[in-house]
Design a protein around this ligand. Structure first.
Ligand SMILES: [Zn+2]
Ligand SMILES: [Zn+2]
Length: 345
């Protein structure tokens, strides 16, 4: 089968690989019907994911149909249409039992697919701990609707969840890229009083205006004053920083009111400064890190009920035979691309 392979830093190539087989009783093999390209794939390509293993098939956002399962798999059966979780987790270690599956201590735990083991930009993928990593897609949910469930939508859902949003809150989301837009949809589930989105790109600003007319859009230059003007208590009650740009961490804590929660989902290229003397007495709570992606069943239920719809994020679709062209478009952010779907033929 053909697979997009991480050859070395700066180079992905389509190579020929053997179809994966079940190697542990908890494995499943999934026929990939649709996959996507994530910014993290580009991070691997550019060498900023040191644990990424050369030779692996990349891709960790995908949906498919279960082809075969190991003897210990009970939740999914061959023929089931499934969303694949970006994280593999054992479900039994200290961290998994607390729901902190991102920190699963199993050697396969955390982000393994498409990073340390073969991922999904190919025809078939082996998924370890299939009972945890696969979720059956409801019949009324399409592949397109389920495509982001296991990665960026899981991240947005988790970011909103840990931000403890109340109905009286003003929530500032910094960044309206793919993950920011998923976060926006999930924040809306909590019905906060007001949502402000900070985004510099004009096309992405328009996208938010078109799809979410009740959301206030500000540019980074106006974010601080705009947020203060719209807030009753000297800043946003909740700030979710998804952008990861040069100054967005500083913006995040400055735009927060005293005693706010600042949730940092962004992955930065550079170390960030936490100027404790400047924020002394502001009594902020920071929450940081990578998604604990264990709510895929709940997210699929919300999609099935029409409460979340990320299909407008799919601005382009390519067959797998044109995956290099798809990368080129996504990487260079041409044609106002937000997300690309890769179909299996
Ligand atoms: Zn990703
Ligand atoms: Zn675990």
């Amino acid at each position: 089968m053909k697979a997009l392979t991480y050859i070395e830093i700066g180079r992905f190539d389509v190579t020929e690989k053997a179809k994966p087989v079940i190697s542990a009783a908890t494995d499943a093999v999934v026929k990939v019907t649709m996959s996507s390209i994530c910014t993290s794939d580009l991070h691997i390509k550019h060498g900023s994911v040191p644990r990424a293993v050369p030779g692996i098939t990349v891709g960790h956002e995908m949906v498919g149909v279960v082809e075969s399962v190991g003897d210990a798999v009970t939740k999914v059966r061959p023929g089931d249409r499934v969303a694949v979780n970006v994280e593999t987790f054992c479900g039994e270690c200290f961290f998994c039992r607390h729901g902190w599956v991102n920190n699963c201590t199993d050697p396969n735990g955390g982000w393994a697919l498409g990073c340390r083991i073969d991922g999904g930009q190919t025809e078939f993928v082996r998924v370890p701990f299939a009972d945890n990593g696969l979720t059956v897609i409801p019949d009324n949910v399409s592949d397109e609707q389920a495509l982001f469930v296991g990665d960026i939508l899981a991240t947005g859902y988790w970011a909103a969840k840990i931000s403890e949003i109340g109905q009286g809150d003003t929530v500032l989301i910094i960044g309206a890229g793919p993950t920011g837009l998923c976060t926006l949809q999930c924040v809306r589930l909590y019905n906060p009083k007001r949502i402000i989105v900070c985004e510099k790109d004009a096309a992405r600003q328009d996208f938010v205006k078109r799809h979410y007319p009740d959301v206030v859009i500000v540019s980074p230059e106006d974010c601080l004053t705009g947020t203060l003007q719209l807030s009753e208590h000297g800043g946003a009650d909740r700030v979710i920083e998804v952008a990861g740009a040069e100054d967005t961490f500083q913006l995040a804590w400055q735009a927060a009111r005293p005693n706010a929660i600042v949730t940092v989902v962004a992955l930065y290229d550079q170390p960030q400064v936490l100027p404790l003397p400047d924020m002394y007495g502001k009594n902020l709570t920071f929450k940081t890190g990578g998604v604990d992606g264990c709510d895929c069943g709940e997210i699929l239920r919300l999609i099935s009920e029409g409460k979340i719809d990320t299909t407008p994020l799919i601005t382009h679709t390519f067959p797998f035979s044109q995956i290099e062209e798809a990368y080129n478009l996504f990487e260079n952010r041409r044609d106002n691309v937000i997300k690309v779907a890769i179909t299996s033929n």
